[in-house]
Design a protein around this ligand. Structure first.
Ligand code: SF4
Ligand code: SF4
Ligand code: FES
Length: 239
């Protein structure tokens, strides 16, 4: 197996060819905040939280979507990166309506976890208080677009693991949103198998089970990787 040798914050690591910079960072025992990334799903580099710097070039790259290369020198904790990460999290909170005290994911929310990790205690950006839709037309689940951070995990798990491709992203800029089917009420989309994978992977309280009340949502972010391994490597948990 061919490997690449590189450094992460001065620490030398070797990763298999095809590994990402995020794999290399993890192999070095370092941590990076991530929101759009989920092991088992195709990386998209959408949230920009895992930005790292390539020493020498000063270039910032999303670690989850950048291939590790021989001889790279990766920096993960420069003051510039820390400032960018904090700003990105502040913008997530300012753009949506994240009223944690009334959220099903309170206490089990990756956006909250990331805010703590980057030391965000308030947002310097004005809150937008957007007026968005809540779609409760599905018999078991609902989506509250006020809490959606457009990470597209729901879209990717539904497409890549479940094979139903119920979700898509529509529009651009401030109008950008996740849509079900052809922008229909979720409950009318016949392709939905009601498997709940999108509920399991949504990092916030945007997609939830109807019987979950405040602070009750439990995510299962390990499931896409378990399912992918089970199918590709024929590794079943009950073997
Ligand atoms: S419940 Fe399953 S099939 Fe329906 S939208 Fe979610 S992931 Fe797709
Ligand atoms: S609904 Fe949840 S999983 Fe889907 S894009 Fe929004 S935050 Fe991400
Ligand atoms: S986790 Fe890498 S860009 Fe979102």
């Amino acid at each position: 197996m061919s490997v690449h040798t590189l450094t992460v914050d001065g620490e030398e690591v070797a990763v298999p060819a095809g590994a990402t910079l995020l794999d290399a960072v993890r192999a070095a025992g370092a941590e990076l905040p991530t929101l759009c990334h989920l092991d088992g799903l195709t990386p998209v580099g959408a949230c920009r939280l895992c930005l790292v710097e390539l020493e020498g070039s000063g270039k910032l790259q999303p670690a989850c979507a950048t291939a590790a290369g021989e001889g790279m020198a990766v920096l993960t904790q420069t003051p510039q990166l820390q400032a960018y990460r904090r700003m990105a999290v502040e913008l997530f909170f300012a753009e949506g309506n994240h009223v944690c005290a009334f959220c099903v994911a309170n206490g089990n929310c990756e956006l909250q976890d990331v805010a703590v990790a980057v030391g965000m205690d308030h947002s310097r950006f004005p809150y937008q208080y957007p007026q968005r839709r809540v779609d409760a037309s599905h018999p078991h689940f609902a989506i509250d677009h006020h809490r959606c951070i457009l990470c597209t995990r729901c879209m990717r798990v539904c497409d890549e693991i479940e094979g139903a491709h119920v979700w898509d992203v529509a529009n651009r800029g401030g109008e950008c949103s996740i849509i079900a089917g052809l922008d229909q009420p979720w409950g009318e989309v016949q392709a939905c198998t009601s498997c709940g994978k999108c509920v399991d992977v949504c990092p916030t309280g945007a997609i939830f089970r109807k019987d979950d009340t405040t602070a009750e949502k439990q995510t299962h972010r390990e499931r896409p990787q378990l399912l992918r391994d089970a199918r590709e490597k024929r590794q079943w948990q009950n073997q």
